[in-house]
Write a protein that binds this ligand. Structure first.
Ligand code: FAD
Length: 440
């Protein structure tokens, strides 16, 4: 019998760990990824605020998998899938993918592991994306860096406080970990890194507005930890507005509406709105659901069986953020363990053994609030303040891909701690056309 072909879609946490789990198996693995790198999303906000370089949080996928002889990396975006047979293990199918230039190619598979992740959700207002970039990709992080640095530079060049004010007002939509981390970092960028370098403006006057629909930020953490986080946000000068929804975004302002009656509407003049309020499955997941005859939930996730396969298709696995199982959160550890479990299920099939049910081992969650303050929760263990901050650092360094990235990130953190400055502030404008109008 020919070696089974395992096609892994996505080179994020789930896809990378699925491929690695099959390292010693008698299979041919192809990893299809639309970008060239495995991106460490948990540090995207530090890249956006000039603390770490894009290179230290994005590792070339080919490099990461170079020693694994049964893996081939393909660059392309999966656009559709056709299943063949009745979906039993061993049945196959074909995924169609597009290259950078729009041409297409086909990848046949015997087993399919889908780990394509989520994208930022704008809840029916995709037009906001032009003014309010999200925080899911390297492009998002660099777009945010461009907006932040450009806003400070614009303010520096303007003669009156009235003209400067909208450039020094920064609005963040969404009070989950990403929104909180971003808001805290913008204040730190303004008050520490840039404070000594500007002449006309005093960057410490930068106003950071954090809008959140719930009645407390960081709702996935226990109440006691969130209260501490809120006190830290207040102390560093982030203005938190709870119980409000962002209801309009333009080039020059943001509108928020209170959820409670009388639903007061407020507009703030700002050129910088950043969006972290919700995620949804990337478009390919709908193609997959339609092809496999299964439903998606409100965020586009697909419900899987205990072995992480799609009901009726035991050769197709869904892992990571797009997997719906026992209300597991969309975090890196779920994706990594899920990827390994899908690999283990394929391995079990090859040796005619029974597949094991996926059992998630919860290693905890962490969120950075500000310099010297982070939250960590692992089982009954709860940490905040300085201890939480040190633990947060150790966890993130441990999970970064590659020793070079670990060392580079540690050096950058140490330099910023020692001097207060942030060196990764270079901005680019994408292509020659956009470079002509950099302040959009
Ligand atoms: C800003 C931010 C901070 C976070 N912080 C933390 C944290 O502190 N701790 C934590 O545990 N988790 C954190 N997370 C969540 C964590 O990053 C995700 O849970 C994890 O990345 C999910 O892994 P995944 O493999 O499902 O998807 P991803 O890591 O998103 O990988 C999906 C991959 O699929 C590729 N792809 C998408 N569509 C296609 C297609 N059609 N064809 C080919 N390739 C495709 C993408 O380019 C991407 O590389 C954070 C996420 C964000 C955005």
């Amino acid at each position: 019998m020919a070696r089974p072909r395992v096609l892994v879609l996505g080179g994020g946490f789930g896809g990378l760990h699925a491929a690695r789990r099959l390292r010693n198996e008698d299979v041919d693995v192809t990893v299809l990824e639309r970008g060239t790198s495995h991106v460490f999303q948990p540090l995207l906000y530090q890249c956006a605020t000039g603390l770490v370089s894009e290179g230290s949080i994005a590792s070339p996928l080919r490099h990461l998998l170079r020693k694994q002889k049964n893996v081939h990396v393909a660059l392309g975006e999966a656009t559709s899938v056709t299943a063949v047979g009745d979906g039993s293990a061993g049945d196959g199918g074909v995924v169609t993918a597009s290259r950078f230039d729009g041409s297409t190619f086909e990848l046949p598979y015997d087993y399919l592991v889908v780990a394509v992740g989520m994208q930022q959700a704008y809840h029916g207002h995709d037009e906001y994306v032009q003014w309010a970039p999200g925080m899911k990709t390297l492009d998002d992080a660099l777009a945010i860096r461009r907006k932040l640095i450009s806003a400070f530079e614009m303010a520096e060049s303007l003669p009156t406080p009235e003209e400067r004010r909208p450039w020094l007002t920064f609005a963040v939509a969404g009070g989950g970990p990403t929104g909180v981390e971003l808001a805290g970092q913008i204040r730190e960028l303004a008050t520490r890194a840039l404070a000594k370098e500007f002449d006309s403006i005093h960057p410490s006057e930068a106003r950071v507005l954090l809008f959140h629909g719930g009645d407390r930020v960081l709702e996935s953490f226990p109440d006691s930890l969130t209260k501490k986080a809120q006190r830290t946000l207040d102390a560093v000068g982030v203005e938190t507005h709870l119980g409000v929804h962002v209801t309009d975004v333009t080039a020059t302002d943001v509108e928020v509406t209170a959820k409670a009656e009388p639903k007061t509407v407020t507009r703030y003049d700002t050129h910088t709105v950043l969006w972290t309020a919700g995620v949804e499955a990337v478009p390919f997941v709908k193609q997959l659901a339609d092809a496999m005859g299964v439903e998606q939930d409100r965020s586009g996730r697909i419900a899987v069986q205990p072995d992480l396969s799609i009901p009726g298709h035991s050769n197709v696995f869904v892992v990571g953020d797009i997997m719906s199982l026992n209300k597991l959160a969309g975090v890196a550890e779920v994706a990594m363990q899920g990827g390994r479990a899908a690999g283990a299920a394929i391995t079990a099939d090859l040796s005619d053994s029974a597949r094991k049910d996926f059992k998630y081992r919860d290693l905890g969650t962490a969120a950075y609030i500000a310099r010297g303050h982070a939250l960590v929760q692992a089982g009954p263990l709860r940490m905040s303040g300085f201890l939480g901050w040190v633990s947060w650092g150790v966890i993130h360094i441990a999970f970064l891909a590659g020793n070079r990235n670990r060392v580079g990130t540690l050096i950058n953190w140490a330099a910023t701690l020692a001097t207060g400055t942030r060196r990764e502030r270079a901005i680019t404008y994408g292509d020659p056309e956009t470079a002509r109008r950099p302040y959009n």
